[in-house]
Design a protein around this ligand. Structure first.
Ligand code: FE2
Length: 371
């Protein structure tokens, strides 16, 4: 993926997603869940044993995806307050850059809200510079400069090995995109933020006619970094007869935040089969979806009868097609979930599946009494 997205200023080139940090109420158990259910492996740890007196973090890895799961070790911490308000959720989207001081200075100069000034961290494996700015809600972007570092994760972390438990991976490769839910009327504000502060450009837009069912609607715009490696769709609710999934999120998360993280695989049938065998739950569309699938998307490499029992969805655009599926929400509150995606040329986000998907989501909302 090294295309240049037209219109992006790209004054702050981003090499990729460095890590995602979740604030969770029980990092130790969450780490085990991501290992046992999603096929991640143990990578690094920080806690009492490493001199971290307030916070404990477990880092798990699968190919290019690193998740940091952080919990407080005492009451009254910022992390604890975050969890009390939002439940478990994504706090940090860390972006890998060549110069974290430059990225911070450029972002602040262009109007970003400060989160963390550039800090040089070091240990026996070298140095890392990190800095940070606020995005929507309480989500932050941390810029990570690691060209002078060859340790396992970051200074302050020790290698975490669990030789007695290393589940097989499920074929997850990298973060394809990460979607934010923002409040009514705020989508364009955040589009402007990513344009002006980060040099991103808008590559796609969906209005409430694209994304609506009989009852609910939302709007979405997709922001991309210049090299296309970072894509942040931003959703806002649109008026509908009933409460939309974005409204439900905003109510239960008590604010704006990360709605879903899409992770790429190059064999979605194998990946989803593995995830299901390990207990991951997915949204289902009605079986009739598959009866008309070939009419809608034309011929595809995969056997539709292999997709049907797994509930994998297909969509086509001018450049090719994609296969995707969405998990149910993965924490106590009905907030964040994952998407598994396999791209076969398509660079879009599955617009042709929106209606069937949102009807599936409404059935979940109905069960929760939140529609
Ligand atoms: Fe998505």
């Amino acid at each position: 993926m090294s295309q240049t997205v037209e219109g992006a200023k790209d004054f702050m080139p981003i090499n990729g997603t460095d890590y995602l940090e979740f604030y969770v109420s029980n990092a130790k158990q969450a780490a085990h869940y991501y290992k046992s259910a999603f096929g991640f492996k143990s990578l690094a740890y920080k806690g009492l044993e490493t001199g971290s007196k307030e916070l404990e973090s477990y880092v798990v890895v699968q190919d290019k995806i690193r998740l940091v799961l952080t919990s407080p070790l005492k009451s009254g911490t910022e992390v604890g307050k975050h969890i009390d308000k939002h439940g478990d959720g994504v706090k940090v989207t860390a972006l890998w850059v060549d110069d974290a001081t430059y990225a911070y200075n450029e972002a602040i100069k262009r109007g970003a809200t400060h989160y963390m000034k550039p800090v040089l961290e070091k240990d026996e494996f070298g140095t890392v510079v990190r800095s940070g700015i606020y995005s929507y809600g309480e989500v932050v972007h941390i810029f990570v400069e690691r060209k002078n570092y060859n340790g396992v994760f970051l200074p302050g972390f020790t290698s975490w090995e669990t030789p007695n438990y290393t589940p097989e991976d499920v074929g997850l490769k990298y973060v394809d995109h990460m979607v934010g839910n923002v409040a009514l009327g705020q989508m364009n504000h955040w589009v402007k933020f990513y344009e002006e502060v980060m040099g991103f450009t808008q590559i796609m837009s969906f209005d409430d006619k694209d994304i609506s069912t009989e009852f609910t609607a939302l709007m979405s715009k997709v922001m991309s970094s210049g090299n296309g490696r970072i894509k942040f769709p931003i959703n806002e609710p649109a008026p509908g007869l009933k409460k939309s999934q974005v409204d439900e999120y905003l109510e239960f998360y008590e604010g704006e935040g990360v709605q879903h993280i899409a992770v790429a695989t190059d064999n979605i049938v194998k990946t989803v089969t593995e995830l299901r065998n390990r207990g991951v739950e997915f949204l289902r569309v009605p079986d009739s979806y598959y009866d008309v699938l070939t009419d809608r998307v034309g011929k595809i490499d995969e056997d539709i009868e292999a997709l049907r029992p797994l509930g994998i969805l297909v969509d086509r655009d001018d450049e090719g097609y994609l296969l995707q599926i969405f998990t149910k929400t993965v924490q106590a509150r009905p907030t964040m979930f994952f998407e598994i995606i396999q791209r076969k040329g398509a660079t879009s986000f599955g617009k042709g599946n929106f209606k069937a998907l949102f009807e599936a989501l409404e059935r979940e909302q109905e069960l929760r009494g939140t529609l």
